[in-house]
Design a protein around this ligand. Structure first.
Ligand code: PMP
Length: 369
């Protein structure tokens, strides 16, 4: 069992290392004051300190269900299982389907690859195109898979976003083959132009839709959820109980208190979209200035720019870069090519983006000379 490159890197980087590695939000954009107030309110009642139910804090499940319904995806609180981050949601589903065959994207999210490995799941990887997964290959693969795992919104690591047409085609294919969908959507609210309809919305009885407050509120809260048909949720509850009894009642209440002011949350989301888009544009400009050989597609949302330096071994490059105070994730860690790289553009400041890319340039110049 291999450890996650990113989590290891996070442990070993010094404070002056510029990190384009983790999928970290911008600290300056956390709604710190509002969350302080929400924490105070959550702790007003001593009941907040008690054990809670395994499926989650009812008012929070109601708020999440309402959010789905308002977006045209009818959802009741019984369709929601609160989890300790969406990472746990994925783990619970995969423990239940232990040993099952699963079709995934190539490249795919590192934390998911580890869950599939730990649960002895047999993965088949299908390449991504600009519009989403390759449809013909996907169709052939799901004919032999019990499950499919997709990240259609600003995928991690590739940043790709599935078109509406691709989503419809995929839903039809899954319906025909009766393959269960795990749709992982932590970046779905971080769109720069417009939101997309989820595939789960077209296939509500045949899908697990994973959500999270990590990218839009704070990852430290560790609050995520699974949205699924009641019959799909029921068998998962025993797994949740066995893992941690329930997700922290305090953090669930903090989120719930925070969400009571829905206008403030909407405003916060809008700020994230605007600032992250600015940062993405800035990152791309600096790439063109300092690393013009880097080939990539501009993302339309999310947190990542993915691309390649033709013919460069990005694993060797990152080791040299680490010595020079900058880090990113090589594409091979996600099942991508040797010359591919994922950059996170949300965490660093504008100055750090410039400085970090200059440091990478100087490492590349040195290796050329
Ligand atoms: N899925 C994807 C695609 C992710 O990128 C991440 C975090 N990087 C997660 C799930 C897990 O997020 P969390 O557990 O913080 O909700």
């Amino acid at each position: 069992m291999r450890r996650s490159f990113i989590r290891e890197i996070l442990e070993h980087t010094s404070s002056d290392t510029i990190s384009f590695a983790g999928g970290l939000p911008d600290v300056s954009l956390f709604p710190h004051k509002e969350l302080q107030t929400a924490t105070h309110n959550a702790l007003e009642n001593a009941e907040s300190l008690q054990y809670g139910t395994s499926t989650g804090y009812t008012p929070l499940k109601e708020q999440i269900a309402e959010h789905y319904s308002e977006r045209g995806f009818p959802t009741a609180p019984e369709n929601i299982l609160i989890t300790s981050g969406s990472q746990q949601g994925l783990d619970i589903i995969c423990r239940y389907h232990c040993g099952a065959s699963i079709t995934i994207e190539k490249p795919s999210y590192l934390g998911a690859l580890n869950v599939f490995r730990l649960n002895s799941m047999e993965t088949t990887s299908i390449p991504l195109t600009e519009n989403g997964i390759k449809l013909e290959a996907f169709k052939q693969s799901i004919a032999k898979s019990k499950l499919a795992y997709l990240i259609p919104d600003f995928q991690n690591p590739s940043g790709r976003c599935y078109t509406d047409k691709t989503r419809e085609n995929i839903a039809k294919m899954l319906e025909d083959s009766q393959t269960l969908l795990i749709e992982d959507a932590p970046y779905s609210e971080l769109y720069f132009d417009a939101p997309h309809k989820s595939i789960s919305q077209i296939l509500p009885k045949q899908s697990y839709h994973l959500g999270s407050f990590s990218k839009v509120l704070s990852p430290a809260l560790r609050v995520g959820w699974i949205r699924a048909d009641v019959e799909l949720i029921k068998p998962l509850i025993a797994y949740k109980e066995a893992m941690d009894l329930h997700t922290s009642g305090i953090t669930q209440r903090i989120v719930s208190e925070y969400l009571k002011d829905s206008e403030s949350f909407e405003k916060h989301l809008q700020i994230l979209r605007v600032v992250y888009q600015e940062k993405m544009h800035y990152f791309c400009k600096q790439l063109e200035l300092h690393l013009p050989d880097f080939e990539y597609i501009e993302p339309k949302g999310g947190m990542f720019i993915y691309g390649k330096f033709n013919g460069v071994d990005s694993r060797a490059l990152v080791q040299e870069c680490l010595k020079n105070g900058v880090v990113f994730v090589p594409g091979v860690e996600f099942g991508g090519g040797n010359d591919e790289i994922r950059f996170n553009f949300t965490h660093s400041s504008f100055d750090e983006i410039t400085e970090g890319l200059k440091r990478i340039k100087s490492v590349i110049d040195l290796t050329k000379s």
